[in-house]
Design a protein. Structure first.
Length: 425
């Protein structure tokens, strides 16, 4: 058998991810629309997303330790896909906002179970010099699946009741479970989770799926050690970077929580809402293809500022649009500026900022550094989602979007204080 064919066979299991990715892609948007269709408000959406983010943190810690303890990849991936399929079926029977919100919170248990095993499986079934191409295939399969899921949901929303699509998505997730059972072979060697943090491409893919990665549970002293360095110019770089990233995720939570409710409040159909999210995803996929080269040509701090500035401007424009226009004109504004924020700006910032995070990780302090970083990001996302629901309900969507733009401006200010000569910034 030629080497190329033999090499492809090693990672043929990656194809089993496709049905799962198709099922996962539209879930967040579907969930928000289902809550609104049950006469829920943007406050309900914000609280539900907050519950999801709260559960994601301990879920990430739990599944990470389970991964290291049992040294098995296939069972965890099967649990993730099967649990997700079962929960999607229960979505169909949820008749109240409260039950749906609780189910979506538990949903995070399913989605976090497979993230680390999948990343480790790539590294355990492929030679080190081929890791980049193997992760690229996994990322491509995930992106294709999520985009396909959004397109299918858009088509479905044109002809059928939205709640029925969760049955179809549940079947897809269970198909992935069946494919994984057949295609995944336990590797001959097993890596600990720490190896993910040692390689930039693996850490990038891990954080792209779930922006929390705990090698150990952070302690109070870890936070004190991180923020104590703020008093000294020579050592405050990591602290400023982490706080700046927190401000970014706070802004993202504010904006993303209220986007779908703001569109529905303007009488935009589910079909067009899915169209907006789909275009945003497509632009993001294309942007990630080219932003790596862009970020490498610029100093990382400057690349981060470019991404943050573009995202802040688009959030601000959409905030003004929410105040001054309505109906189809508001939809047009979102259709133009949301892909710039979620696609181009996010891809530039993600590439540059996560490269800087990777550069802060020393071999001796990965556990506490990633623990503090992950906890701060989780708190920021929870806070953004919770605040967003209440500000949008009581003050208006325009205030929420403009507030998100302000937090991005704060992130720009903080990251501009970094010295690009230290830690390869």
């Amino acid at each position: 058998m030629p080497y190329r064919r033999r090499n492809q066979t090693k990672t043929a299991w990656i194809r089993s991810v496709l049905p799962y990715s198709i099922a996962l892609g539209p879930v967040s948007t579907i969930f928000q629309l289902l809550i609104l269709n049950l006469n829920g408000t943007v406050v309900d959406v914000g609280v539900a997303l907050t519950i999801y983010n709260i559960i994601t943190i301990p879920a990430s810690i739990f599944w990470g330790f389970v991964t290291d303890r049992f040294q098995k990849r296939k069972p965890l991936i099967l649990i993730s896909y099967t649990l997700m399929g079962g929960l999607l079926l229960t979505f169909f029977f949820a008749s109240t906002v409260y039950s749906l919100s609780l189910l979506y919170g538990v949903f995070s248990l399913a989605t976090t179970a497979s993230t680390t095993p999948l990343n480790l499986l790539v590294m355990e079934t492929e030679r080190k010099k081929k890791w980049a191409s193997a992760f690229a295939r996994l990322s491509m399969m995930t992106s294709i699946g999520q985009t396909t899921g959004l397109i299918l949901s858009m088509i479905w929303a044109s002809f059928y009741q939205l709640s029925y699509i969760v049955i179809f998505l549940a079947i897809l997730s269970l198909i992935s479970a069946g494919l994984s059972l057949i295609m995944i072979k336990e590797p001959a060697i097993f890596f600990e989770r720490q190896v993910i943090a040692l390689t930039k491409i693996s850490l990038f893919e891990r954080l792209k799926t779930v922006p929390h990665f705990f090698l150990r549970i952070p302690r109070l002293n870890d936070f004190k050690r991180t923020f104590r360095t703020l008093r000294y110019d020579l050592t405050r770089q990591t602290s400023l970077l982490y706080i700046s990233i927190c401000s970014f995720y706070l802004a993202s939570g504010l904006f993303n929580t209220s986007l779908v409710p703001s569109l529905q409040a303007n009488q935009i159909s589910s079909l067009l809402i899915f169209l907006v999210i789909t275009i945003g995803m497509l632009v993001q996929i294309i942007s990630f293809r080219y932003t790596g080269v862009f970020a490498e040509k610029l100093v990382l701090v400057k690349a981060s500022v470019v991404g943050l500035a573009l995202r802040s401007i688009t959030y601000g424009i959409l905030g003004v649009s929410a105040l001054t226009v309505s109906g189809i004109w508001y939809f047009v504004a979102v259709l133009i500026f949301y892909p710039l924020a979620a696609g181009v700006a996010y891809a530039i910032y993600y590439t540059a900022s996560n490269t800087m995070v990777f550069n802060t990780l020393g071999h001796m302090r990965q556990g506490y550094s990633l623990g503090v970083y992950s906890a701060l990001v989780g708190i920021a996302m929870m806070s953004g989602s919770l605040i967003s629901g209440f500000t949008s309900f009581y003050i208006g969507y325009s205030a929420t979007f403009i507030l998100a733009a302000v937090f991005l401006a704060i992130s720009i200010w903080l990251i501009s204080l970094l010295s690009h000569k230290r830690l390869h910034y």
